[in-house]
Design a protein around this ligand. Structure first.
Ligand code: TTP
Ligand code: MG
Length: 345
């Protein structure tokens, strides 16, 4: 049977949820993220509504930059409790549309809807799903449909916001060809920069490179890039949770050794990862701490408990102990910190 895969992603999720709670935000640029502190704030933008995006504000932009671009925007701290609750309500709706679903993040999921048998029916389902989410949760979403997860995901990226885009198998390669290489999941700005040196900017240019050549450039993932550029993706929609780990990391705007800042951010990372564990009703046995120093020297260390737990204090205490040890043992400024929970059940 030919596969039909649907990808749904909420529009400007955190910001839109805030707008729903405070309708007078709706006509204004809204930025969710770190405190801008009148332009002196550190930290980054989590997301911005589409009005704020007109000012070139986007996720991961330093908050001070966002403030520069649009000081009159409404700046809000993230309210993860609200987003987690909303996310759960959305996925309850999404899951009704197929028994084969995979939740990817707080605002993103795949459905295998091959059973429908046609793209026309898939588009009808997409309309219904969007409508029901809007009726019950008052939030807009975007849906991409394709012969596999890769195409469905890229289609939803292209249809944003509040759109539906279906790409049939025969159109897939043509659809990808003119897109920038960064449209492919796994190719970020750095890789794109590198590819540009080889004269490769569009996805169709990647197809000029042989598999061995791609392996030289990308290492192990070269073979996958070869397939992706041709619209091939065999990965299944993994029903139920086969989440292997939950983790968060943070890159400092400037490398730092300021303990207070480092541990404050680390505390936040831990809480976020822990919240995700609770939201997904998981328990963990292993805690991993990542610490990258100036010059990219990266240390990771794990600790595994005998029994699964979801205890925040355990996590906090062990993670902070490991991080402290890294900092004491290495005098260099720190570039990135992260914490990961695995061995999940
Ligand atoms: P995305 O789906 O990537 O972004 P979005 O929903 O805000 O906007 P759109 O999908 O319409 O382009 O991420 C979902 C949420 O995850 C987002 O609302 C906030 C959070 N997030 C961060 O906190 N930091 C980030 O760097 C990104 C990309 C997202
Ligand atoms: Mg989204």
């Amino acid at each position: 049977m030919k596969r039909i895969i649907l990808h749904i992603d909420m529009d400007a999720f955190f910001a839109q949820t805030e707008e729903r709670e405070n309708p007078h935000f709706r006509s204004k640029p809204v930025v969710v993220g770190a405190d801008p502190k009148g332009g002196k704030g550190r930290g980054v933008v989590s997301t911005a509504n589409y009005l704020a995006r007109k000012y070139r504000i986007h996720s991961a932009l330093p908050i001070s930059k966002a403030y520069q671009l649009c000081p009159q925007a409404i700046f809000l701290p993230p309210n993860f409790k609200l987003y987690t609750k909303t996310s759960r309500a959305i996925f309850e709706i999404v899951k009704k549309f197929s028994t084969q679903w995979q939740i990817v993040s707080l605002d993103e999921a795949y459905l295998d809807i091959s059973f429908l048998g046609s793209f026309r029916k898939a588009e009808e389902l997409a309309k219904k799903l969007k409508k029901e989410i809007f009726k019950k949760e008052r939030l807009t979403s975007t849906i991409g449909i394709g012969p596999n997860k890769l195409i469905a995901k890229i289609a939803s990226d292209k249809a944003k916001p509040n759109g539906i885009l279906a790409i049939k198998p025969a159109q897939a390669e043509k659809f990808l060809a003119p897109l920038n290489v960064q449209a492919l999941p796994g190719i970020g700005p750095k890789t794109a920069q590198k590819l540009k040196l080889y004269g490769i900017q569009q996805i169709k240019d990647i197809k000029k490179l042989s598999k061995p050549r791609l392996k030289e450039i990308f290492g192990k993932t070269g073979a996958r890039v070869y397939e992706k550029a041709r619209g091939i993706d065999k990965s299944p929609v993994e029903s139920r949770r086969i989440i292997k780990s939950v983790g968060k990391e943070y890159t400092f705007e400037k490398d730092t050794r300021e303990g207070e800042i480092i541990f404050k951010i680390f505390g936040r990372i831990i809480k976020e990862a822990h919240r995700e564990i609770l939201a997904k009703k998981l328990q963990f046995k292993t805690i991993t701490v990542i610490c990258r120093f100036q010059g990219f020297e990266t240390h990771t260390k794990s600790k595994t408990f005998k029994t699964p737990t979801n205890n925040l204090e355990f996590f906090q205490k062990e993670a902070k102990r490991i991080l402290l040890k890294f900092i004491i043992e290495n005098p260099k400024p720190i570039r990135l910190i992260g914490a990961r929970l695995s061995n999940l059940s």
